[in-house]
Design a protein around this ligand. Structure first.
Ligand SMILES: NC(=O)c1ccc[n+]([C@@H]2O[C@H](COP(=O)([O-])OP(=O)(O)OC[C@H]3O[C@@H](n4cnc5c(N)ncnc54)[C@H](OP(=O)(O)O)[C@@H]3O)[C@@H](O)[C@H]2O)c1
Length: 327
């Protein structure tokens, strides 16, 4: 049986995303086959399309790191999932398609009250935020947190989750309107990084202490400024290097403040490692989604065949929250 997909014809611009026909993939041991209803679009898809983020060994060459849909086949070695179940799943690729295989431990039920479009927007950002802000960053109630890129898919998730779990959140964004949007999502102060110095603003907002946790998707010149903005025993977690992979930093401040400078990527981790994150997100975050204390912010939806338009919108950076493809 064949299916419609969107593939990357060659590294390059959004026009390289083209509709193609491929065989429906077969689930291997421990996997399920999902008929896709909606697929989340993430910045890593854009970087993959540009040719700078090759899929890990064994992953589909098709873009798409998360979907929601209905299970239509279950391979041996899967327990707790059945044909007909609606799930949302984290993938290593292949989501821009009518069907995709997923590892069973990375499938979660649709949170109560959420649509399939909303559910498709969850895994990549919620898993990433959970493991970086709460596991690596050790964020807890009463902490102060600085989220860079506050209106991104990741940022809108981090602001809401940290706020819901009792942290005081500051967030940077690229315009006054976006900074106010961060405040609507729960931040005590949105910072327009083009006109304001985030180090000064967080120092003022924390009686000079600085923040306990920083989620950084910029790196480059931000690394030293994060070190200055961090409180004693602060944790700085880098998840992307949009501002450059090299940084000039004063290491003595790391010692003086006893800082932790860390980071992680999600995609190349093992199914077991990602499964542990899935379980933690299910226990800690799914109840918050069901009670609407946090919610995915859906900026726009596009038909699968319009994936190029979705990428153009993401690259314009005029979106707030997530962009989702409907299949
Ligand atoms: N390590 C991991 O496991 C992992 C997993 C998923 C995603 N990521 C990374 O996380 C980032 C967000 O992903 P996404 O899918 O949510 O993308 P997205 O919605 O396209 O967001 C990108 C964001 O970066 C912000 N940004 C760019 N330059 C900035 C600067 N100098 N200061 C502050 N913010 C800046 C943009 O803000 P403005 O538009 O306001 O400028 C925008 O909100 C991406 O870089 C992605 O690669 C990492």
């Amino acid at each position: 049986m064949d299916m419609k997909v969107v593939e990357i014809a060659a590294p390059g611009g959004p026009e390289q995303l083209r509709v193609a026909v491929r065989p429906v993939p077969q689930p291997g041991p421990g996997e399920v086959l999902i008929q896709v209803a909606a697929a989340g679009v993430n910045r890593p898809d854009v970087v993959q399309r540009q040719g700078h983020y090759p899929p890990p060994a064994g992953a589909s060459d098709l873009p798409g790191l998360e979907v929601a849909g209905t299970i239509v086949a279950v391979a041996p070695g899967v327990s707790g999932l059945r044909v007909g179940d609606q799930v949302t799943a984290l993938l290593t690729g292949g989501g821009y398609a009518e069907y995709v295989t997923a590892a069973a431990p990375l499938c979660l039920p649709i949170p109560q009250g959420l649509s399939l479009v909303e559910a498709a927007a969850l895994p990549e950002t919620y898993f990433t935020v959970w493991t970086n802000v709460f596991e690596r960053g050790g964020c807890k109630a009463g902490d102060s947190v600085l989220v860079h890129g506050g209106t991104s898919g990741i940022g809108t998730t981090a602001i809401q989750l940290a706020t819901a779990l009792g942290a005081k959140v500051f967030a940077t964004a690229g315009s006054p309107e976006k900074a106010r949007m961060c405040e609507t999502l729960g931040a005590v102060r949105g910072i327009d990084y083009r006109t304001e110095d985030f180090v000064e603003v967080v120092k003022q907002g924390t009686e000079g202490r600085g923040v306990d946790v920083i989620l950084d998707m910029v790196a480059g010149s931000y690394v030293q400024r994060n070190i200055e903005a961090a409180a004693v025993e602060g944790r700085i977690v880098v998840i992307a290097v949009q501002g450059g992979a090299k940084a000039d930093i004063k290491v003595n401040l790391i010692m003086m403040k006893r800082l932790t400078l860390t980071g992680s990527t999600l995609r190349p981790r093992t199914v077991a490692q990602k499964g542990a994150i899935a379980e933690a997100v299910y226990q800690n975050v799914w109840p918050l989604l069901a009670s609407r204390r946090v919610k995915p912010i859906i900026h726009a939806t596009f038909a699968l065949a319009e994936a190029a338009e979705a990428h153009r919108l993401m690259e314009s950076s005029s979106h707030v929250g997530k962009i989702v493809l409907t299949v």
